[in-house]
Ligand binder design. Structure first.
Ligand SMILES: [Zn+2]
Ligand SMILES: [Zn+2]
Length: 216
């Protein structure tokens, strides 16, 4: 048993536990779509209210969302080449710095800096990545990127309210969030994140607690 570098729980795999590995893979799988949704959100705003004109309107005759542009970056699949950069870290910048590190440490040629190529390269090496000393930083940065993409695109993941109570706060606020990689999370307790197996155990325990008085 080792301690998972990402979530701190016991792991029978080196450095990173299985639920965290699955979650990191899930984020990488969902990233290209989240980037596309952000890109579409930008277009939606561009066609919208002309009062939202940006100050640098000489180069940009249509209203632009600079927060979206900054995320996609001039290097994001060439679609925004030459656009002004401001604000948060671009998607391609984050992905390429990690992909370049993986390529260097595994003695491979760096891959081209597009969202799809970079995420595929990182997916191909995700088990190797999860054994590296820097995996916690990697996970934190990718999950942060995903959160920012969702905030900017305004597309919230689907959340299903679960019929169980949180083992920590005892409130009925457990949810399953699409794409999070966890079977159940508490909306209030950041530490309560359950894998499918752990959630199954919680359901069984709570069902037993409910049915026990009747059996006596
Ligand atoms: Zn973990
Ligand atoms: Zn809770």
């Amino acid at each position: 048993m080792t301690e998972c570098a990402v979530c701190g729980r016991d792991s029978d795999l080196p450095r990173t536990c299985r639920p965290c590995r699955n979650r990191i893979r899930g984020v990488l799988l969902a990233l290209p779509e989240a980037v596309a949704q952000t890109w579409m959100a930008r277009h939606r705003v561009q066609r919208g209210n002309s009062n939202e004109r940006v100050s640098a309107s000489k180069e940009a005759p249509l209203p632009l969302r600079l927060d979206v542009l900054s995320l996609l970056g001039p290097s994001a699949d060439q679609v925004l080449s030459g656009e002004e950069q401001e604000g948060p870290v671009p998607v391609v910048g984050v992905l390429s710095s990690w992909a370049d590190l993986v390529a260097e440490q595994t003695r491979q040629k760096p891959v081209s800096h597009t969202v799809s190529t970079l995420t595929q390269f990182l997916l191909d090496h995700v088990e190797w990545v999860c054994r590296q000393a820097w995996v916690a930083d990697f996970a934190e940065e990718l999950e942060g990127l995903m959160k920012t993409l969702r905030r900017v695109s305004g597309i919230e993941p689907v959340r299903i309210l679960l019929p169980t109570t949180c083992p920590t706060c005892d409130l009925r606020v457990m949810v399953r969030e699409e794409g999070s990689g966890w079977a159940a999370e508490c909306r209030y307790c950041p530490a309560v994140k359950l894998s499918a197996r752990e959630y199954g155990q919680l359901v069984a325990a709570q069902a037993q607690a409910v049915s026990a008085p009747r059996e006596v």
